[in-house]
Ligand binder design. Sequence first.
Ligand code: HEC
Length: 147
Amino acid sequence: MSQLKKAGIAAVALTLVLGISGCSSEKEELNLTAQQEKEMSERLAPAGEVVLEKDVATVAPVAAASGPRSGEDVFNKSCTACHSTGAAGAPKVGVAADWTARVDQGMETLYANAINGVRGMPPKGLCMDCSDDEMKATVDYMLEQSK
Ligand code: HEC
């Protein structure tokens, strides 16, 4: 069932409940025991999850981004602050000379240093939810942009 349908049903259910209690002249009958109240709220709970359109909008991109991120995406989010500016002596993307000595160490070392950190380079460039594969793709992207 779609979330919006659920929300619609919740609204109808709520109207019914409120309507019934509002019309009743014998209020004592509505004095539910704690157990009854608990059961009722449990029955209403699943239909009571109202999903607002703005929530759907914020959830959707997360779902879309659940696969591995591209090197470009990770770079723009987590690495550009240092590697576009050269902050703290970071090798600059786009400046081939900054990378030659580093590439000479071998790609495995370069990947490992990006993942584990080395000197001023923090582990994973502080992208703590980046997988090792995403880190490697990002290093590849940075080198590709620095030829
Ligand atoms: C806080 C700043 C900062 C951020 C953010 C950052 N780096 Fe770095 N990075 C550095 C610095 C500084 C160095 C140079 C370290 C050295 O050799 O002294 C470096 C070096 C590297 C190197 C070369 C390592 C080597 O063996 O020479 C790679 C590869 C690298 N960074 C990848 C990344 C990636 C990928 C990201 C994003 C996920 C990232 N960095 C984010 C500061 C940063």
